[in-house]
Design a protein around this ligand. Structure first.
Ligand code: 6PG
Length: 457
């Protein structure tokens, strides 16, 4: 019997997606060059058909074929060009990795020239989510979505209402674009939790267990999120009598999706400084040697000024709201430019469960109307979060500065909010400077058109 889907690459994600598919009653073929890995997968579930020959793998699939690539993003082109030797018109190749959406667009054109459908499928939830139910972001032809949706929906995470956390987001890279911004939000949320932890540790002199307890308490209400939940668990993980977290070197790695988010923000002229600051902090963290040298010279010995937990909680929620506000602005802008089918309601449904950024705040956004997503800060519910968060954030920043504790994301939240809510910024001086040295011109409030001043006369 032919398999309903084939998976190329059975690393942690691919093997778990295969197991998930088999559990949901689908027939699966798996291809990998590593025969030991294939044997292990066979041992785990003998119904999965395994192949080390790409040709035999492709032949084992029902037509039109559906082939899911679960390979590192740098291998996609190589695997794709091998596969194109075997697939036939109307077959679909689905890239389930974290690829840049522009590469997905190029690959789709290349495949379509040969009559092959190409899909960019963002998959979130890590290997565990892949097995139990990932959140998925589909970008490709609507006809391909119509053909694949029931299979993909069957393995997706389910929302509280039982709806599958997957949807059609448009053609040409829409899925990978949304997955990239999902990851950008993930970067910012992680940085925010790390800063919150550091404030509790250094300003309030609390230990890992106490901070874990605070995170667990926060995780019972509107502040709750998957990332906060796992952070509470991480903080109390021990090896012998030592906390594991205290043994981990403070250099955060990155594979690129956070940076791509920032680059897209710059390209489209949408402020994305909260995600960008999180990317920058990973970069700064990687400069460990320099930091150690400079810490010997400059690290502060200020006595810590503690923060009130209610203030930290309010500032934390305020920050999370602004991270999402910036991300939604970018998504809406790019969606319009690319004529995709993304909307806020779909994203909230997809991100409700299974993905890394799932949280109460996102869940509650399911109540919003579509127009609310284009300016979250105008919504009355969020105005309350801001009214509480703003004075709290002021107090948090004053404590971190006097205590000498780095809190760049919290600071950026304040600076972004101050700027975006200032009706007249000093940017008019920048316009004057540009005109003075470059005769670039400026618009005036008392005239129409572009005006150039004769500064030097
Ligand atoms: C997810 C994750 C996943 C991966 C990140 C890690 O949604 O399941 O985002 O895709 O863990 O890409 O990214 P960094 O290595 O850049 O932190």
């Amino acid at each position: 019997m032919s398999s309903s889907i084939g998976i190329v690459g059975i690393g942690a994600m691919g093997r778990n997606l295969a197991l998930n598919l088999i559990l949901k009653g689908h027939t699966v073929s798996a291809y990998d060059i590593d025969s030991d890995q294939l044997q292990q997968l066979q041992n785990e579930n003998s119904n999965i058909r395994t192949f080390t020959s790409l040709g035999h793998f492709v032949d084992s699939l029902a037509k039109p074929r559906s082939i899911l690539l679960s390979v590192s993003s740098h291998l996609v082109d190589e695997v794709l060009s091998d596969l194109l030797n075997f697939v036939e018109k109307e077959d679909s190749i689905i890239d389930g990795g974290n690829s840049h959406y522009k590469l997905t667009q190029t690959r789709q054109v290349l495949c379509e020239e040969k009559g092959i459908e190409f899909v960019g499928l963002g998959i979130s939830g890590g290997p565990k989510g892949a097995k139990t139910g990932p959140s998925m972001m589909f970008g490709g032809k609507l006809s391909v979505w119509n053909r694949l949706s029931s299979l993909l929906q069957s393995i997706a995470a389910k929302s509280k209402e039982g709806l599958p956390c997957i949807d059609y987001l448009g053609d040409n890279g829409a899925g990978h674009f949304v997955k990239t911004i999902h990851n950008g939000i993930e970067y910012a949320d992680m940085q925010l939790i790390a800063e919150t932890y550091e404030i509790l540790k250094r300003c309030n002199s609390l230990g890992n267990e106490e901070i874990s307890d605070i995170f667990k308490k926060w995780n019972q209400g509107i502040l709750s999120s998957y990332l906060l939940e796992i952070s509470a668990e991480i903080l109390v993980e021990k090896e012998q009598d030592r906390f594991l977290v205290d043994l981990i070197i403070d250099k955060a790695a990155q594979k690129g999706t956070g940076r791509w988010s920032s680059e897209i923000g710059l390209e489209y002229g949408i402020p994305l400084d909260l995600i960008t600051i999180a990317v920058q902090q990973r970069i700064i963290s990687s400069h460990k040697d320099k930091r150690v040298i400079l810490a010997n010279l400059y690290e502060s010995n200020h006595s810590p000024t503690s923060v009130a937990l209610e203030d930290l909680a309010s500032a934390y929620l305020f920050a999370r709201l602004l991270i999402l506000e910036q991300a939604f602005n970018l998504i809406i802008t790019v969606n319009t430019d690319q004529s995709w089918k993304i909307n806020g309601g779909k994203l909230v449904k997809i991100w409700e469960n299974g993905c890394i950024i799932r949280s109460s705040l996102i869940h509650q956004m399911s109540k919003l109307e579509e127009k609310d997503f284009s300016n979250l800060l105008l919504n009355p519910d969020y105005q309350e979060i801001i009214q509480h968060g703003l004075p709290s954030l002021q107090k948090i920043l004053s404590s971190t500065i006097t205590s000498g504790v780095s809190s760049p994301l919290f600071s950026s939240v304040m600076q972004y909010f101050l700027s975006i809510t200032t009706s007249r910024l000093p940017s008019y001086l920048i316009q004057a400077q540009r005109d003075y040295f470059g005769s670039h011109g400026f618009e005036r409030s008392d005239r129409t058109g572009l005006y150039r001043h004769k500064w030097l006369d």
